[in-house]
Every structure is written in structure tokens, then in C-alpha cells.
Design a protein around this ligand. Structure first.
Ligand code: PCA
Length: 200
């Protein structure tokens, strides 16, 4: 059986929940995968190290990361990660590398790395199930892009070919946003489940 590492983030920006982790939490059974889940802190210093711990012990074949993209009205299938962090404070009030300016994630890393999951299959499956979805060519410059880039870089530096990627989900209806689009937590959970089942 293939092994899938599934991650969502802790709440940030004053929210009580993060729909990415709420959805990941609810997923139990996937076709043909054993799953390990990790809740990733919105913290520059520990986001990737938390994922790495599970990576080492679980030795996954696939990694699907999920994050909240508050302004989005659809599920965003990320296609690329960039070697850049904006000077934005994390949940501990800190900047990446403690520097108040744009920083690189890895000084020697490539400018950008493409995701290695089956984005076309995921897109098709989401559409078939009536879930609003689109490709995205920027995962931003905050923790989601940081995590995705760090994972893809480590995969490229290693021997094992791992299918990895990221999907951004909108706010959940349960967050009661009156001025932003949102989806029900049930639909977001279904979207993550569909993406996971179609990752390879
Ligand atoms: N979204 C943020 C970080 C954590 C999350 O869920 C982002 O898009 O970078």
C-alpha cells in the first residue's frame, strides 16, 4: 500500500480554525493509501521541521499539503513554488530568519520548483465532482509557499521519487466571512479527499 503524508496548517491571522487542518483531520479512508497526518504550525522556524519529522519516520510515497487561501473562491491546485519569503510575521510574531526584508528559502536553491503530483488528474476529478477548482501559479510568499518549496527541494535532492504538491482551499462557511467567498467544510473536506485520491 502506498503511503501518503497529509498536512494542514494551524489557524493564523486571528482565525479560530484553519479549514485546511479541519479538512485533513476529518479524512480517514483513502483508496489504496495509508495516511499519516501532521498539523503544521504557521511558524517559519518549525513548519518544515515538523513535516520533516513525520517524513523521516513514515517514509511517504506522496505528500499532499493543504493551506487556507482566504480570498479564493475555488480550490487552487498549486503548480509551482518560489525561492522567496516576504517579510511577514508568523504566529510567533517573527520574520523568516528574523530579517525584516525579502529572504531566500535556500541560498543555493533554484528560483522555482514545479510540484510533482498529478495536477491534471486532480483538476479533472474535482471538476467531475462539481467542486470549483483552478490551477494556481503562485502559492504566495508566506508559509504555504515556504513549506511547498522546502518539500520540493528536499525531494529533488534525495533519491526517492515522491509525488508532492499543495492545494489551497477557501475560507470555510463556518468562519462566517461576510466579505469573502467561502465553501462548506464538508465540501472542502471532499475536495482534499478527492485531491489525495488522485495524487498519482
Ligand atoms: N495559509 C497561509 C499560511 C498557512 C495557511 O493556511 C499561506 O497561504 O501561506
Amino acid at each position: 500500500m502506498k503511503k501518503l503524508l497529509l498536512t494542514g496548517f494551524t489557524p493564523f491571522g486571528g482565525e479560530n480554525i484553519n479549514p485546511s487542518w479541519e479538512a485533513v483531520k476529518r479524512i480517514d479512508n483513502l483508496n489504496g493509501f495509508s495516511i499519516e497526518k501532521v498539523e503544521i504550525p504557521v511558524v517559519w522556524d518549525s513548519a518544515f521541521t515538523e513535516l520533516e519529522k513525520a517524513w523521516k519516520s513514515f517514509d511517504p510515497d506522496c505528500i499532499l499539503m493543504v493551506g487556507q487561501a482566504g480570498t479564493s473562491d475555488s480550490v487552487r491546485i498549486e503548480r509551482i513554488a518560489i525561492n522567496l519569503c516576504s517579510p511577514t510575521k508568523d504566529n510567533l510574531g517573527k520574520y523568516h530568519k528574523d530579517i525584516f526584508e525579502e529572504t531566500k528559502i535556500d541560498e543555493d536553491g533554484p528560483d522555482a520548483i514545479f510540484t510533482s503530483f498529478d495536477y491534471e488528474k486532480i483538476y479533472g476529478a474535482l471538476k467531475e465532482n462539481g467542486i470549483k477548482a483552478r490551477y494556481s501559479f503562485s502559492a504566495g510568499t508566506y508559509l504555504c509557499n515556504f513549506l511547498l518549496y522546502s518539500v520540493l527541494l528536499k525531494i529533488n535532492q534525495g533519491k526517492k521519487s515522491i509525488r508532492a504538491g499543495f492545494i489551497h482551499v477557501p475560507y470555510a462557511d463556518e468562519q462566517n466571512k461576510t466579505d469573502s467567498p467561502s465553501m462548506s467544510l464538508d465540501e472542502i473536506t471532499r475536495a482534499v479527499e478527492i485531491a489525495a485520491n488522485n495524487i498519482i
